[in-house]
Design a protein around this ligand. Structure first.
Ligand SMILES: [Zn+2]
Length: 235
């Protein structure tokens, strides 16, 4: 079983016991940087009517991961799924891990597959993980490592010409808008309970505290002037 203990020292991973021994996952606080040069590589392979993908290679320094490469992995892809060749996929992961780096799976979402009128959707819609996406992301990428996954969309409606969203991995919500969606539902529920006098003042303060805590903890996406993406995850 692969050891990632050197990445525990750099405060990018944590581990917890599980039924198989132990499992590594990302830890807070953390910054993940995706340089524009690598985003341009994804733009170059992007196909608006076909899913494509591969693996990002992330290099660690203290509480920070920097994407140093994108490795495309070919397979039998179509408009609604990305199916990388399993042998090539495992081989690429092994090479990344052997270099002391972390693999992060990425696939593109097409914007023109005829299921809905392209312009009727907000561009962020295409960055949402599908149900199959989430089922895959729940599984470990190596036998003892859990990582988030990424969705990439090339579109001029994003200021930078692309959008990238990370989900799951025990540290990201299942979709870029998921935290705010959940919070809206809870706020609405709280409002209804208050209106019918079913909620004590103490319970209300607890809910407000949780709301603020989750809001502050959500990953923040920032693009610098050059189009480099910096994702910050606080405490
Ligand atoms: Zn997908």
């Amino acid at each position: 079983m692969q050891s990632f203990d050197n990445l525990l020292d750099k405060k990018v991973l944590r581990f917890r016991p599980n039924s198989f021994g132990r499992e590594y996952s990302l830890q807070r606080p953390l910054t993940i940087v995706f340089p524009v040069a690598i985003m341009n590589q994804l733009k170059a392979i992007y196909n608006p009517s076909l899913e494509r993908g591969g693996l990002f290679e992330l290099s660690a320094t203290e509480s920070k991961l920097t994407c140093v490469a994108f490795h495309q992995v070919l397979g039998s892809n179509n408009a609604t799924s990305y199916n990388p060749n399993k042998t090539l996929w495992s081989e690429k992961i092994r090479q990344i891990v052997d270099r002391g780096n972390l693999p992060l799976a990425v696939h593109t979402h097409p914007t023109k597959i005829g299921m809905h009128a392209y312009d009727s959707k907000q561009v962020r819609f295409y960055l949402k993980s599908s149900r199959p996406d989430r089922l895959i992301a729940d599984k470990i990428i190596t036998d003892n490592l859990v990582m988030p996954e990424a969705i990439f969309v090339k579109d001029e409606r994003f200021g930078t010409g692309y959008g990238l969203a990370l989900y799951e991995g025990g540290i990201f919500p299942y979709a870029i808008s998921a935290v705010s969606d959940t919070q809206l539902v809870i706020l609405l529920g709280t409002g209804i309970l208050m209106a019918i006098n079913k909620l004590s003042r103490k319970a209300l303060y607890l809910l407000m505290g949780w709301f603020l805590f989750e809001f502050l903890r959500r990953p923040k996406y920032d693009y610098d002037g050059g189009g480099n993406l910096k994702i910050k995850i606080s405490f």
